[in-house]
Design a protein around this ligand. Sequence first.
Ligand code: EPZ
Length: 436
Amino acid sequence: MFLVEAEALIIYKRSVKVVAMDKMVIEGGKRLAGEIRISGAKNAALPVLASSLLVDGWNVFHNVPDLQDVKTILKLLSGFGVKSEIGETLRINAGAITGCEASYDLVRKMRASILVLGPLVAKTGEARVSLPGGCAIGARPVNLHIKALRDLGAEVRLRDGYIEAKASRLKGATIYFDISTVTGTENIMMAATLAEGTTVLKNAAREPEIVNLADVLQKMGAKISGAGSDVITIEGVKSLHPAEASVIPDRIEAGTFMIAAGMTGGDVRLLGCDPSHLEALTAKLRETGMEITVEGDSLRAVGRPRITSVDIKTMPYPGFPTDLQAQIMAMMAISAGLSVITETVFENRFMHVSELIRLGADIVIEGNSAAVRGVPKLCGAPVMATDLRASASLILAGLAAEGTTTLSRVYHIDRGYQRIEEKLSSLGASIRRVSG
Ligand code: EPZ
């Protein structure tokens, strides 16, 4: 926890608007009702922005969310000489790359910075990217990214905490991922677009964000087939050209609000989402007794007074998303019965449990499973965010709790949710951001 406090203090010293010390104050017990528009997906926008490194000229991307992580990757890219203009759309141009180093200072703030590694090596022939270091939810090594880059013929060394990669031109290869890694699949798919010959990715991740990235790369002239399945084939080309494309809606933001509706007995319509990306969650929420109806690109989530407890096991897509595990645990904390939640993707993604217990939840952790015995009500209290999705879980719990919940270290939530307090307030929640 010391490291995180140091981070908060560093931000404190550097920024006039002391974001790090902001808190959220939530008065629980309000029923959510109304409609909100879902923003673009953080986990689609980050690889799409990294893909701009592959082409010379102005790309135009629509539906890029206004998030801290997007600001961070744009800052990282600007360090390589990449220009960007944010307006209704985001325009970005890597036509004059002046550098290839991603510093520890930036990479440690956002692990997704690793996504510049593949495109930089493919486009410029070299890259020096800091190893990400530790993370609250798990070790999260990048060994599979490194192995796959070597499979494509790059010379990769680890020195002084950095990944140093060089290749005159990458060569297509058949690559087998020991684990279906999302950013690993994205990194290597991008690198392979400019390799000589054919690359086949086996045991590739199948997330919708990968399909979105493949669509963008194809608009740039890449030859990719199989994205969304566990075998992706990329025919290397000599060069790519700028594209205009859209970022898909954020399925994790949408899922978070669906759960909020369930926890407050609410009736919420989500506009501009893609219900087909939420089938695992939708099935589970129907099991709890919620009524979920799909209406084109919107989805209506209606809570019921009594929440039936259900068991959850997180899996790679299309299984139940690990990024919604903390949120549905908050829901199970007020369900009628016992719910066993098993986290199979990350080895330490229960940091929210001790904070939920502070709010009155009855949870026992056993290995990678948590037994959640529903309680009639949670009681508001001061709690602390430890990571992005844990923050969301604690906000949801605060919405359902009796009394006041104060969530500190709000900078975690700003990484992945666009003005969450405004969207929740528009649905009737009593939530406000306070500084200091
Ligand atoms: C992506 O992270 C997401 N981030 C995560 O979302 C998400 O939780 C995760 O995929 C799983 O769905 C982005 O897309 C930016 P992985 P990623 O590589 O790619 C192990 C959020 O809250 N692994 O699919 O880093 C790894 O430790 C974030 O928005 C290796 O062992 O996840 C994990 O156990 C959190 N070696 C498993 O694979 C490697 O080289 C899956 O990780 C790479 C991964």
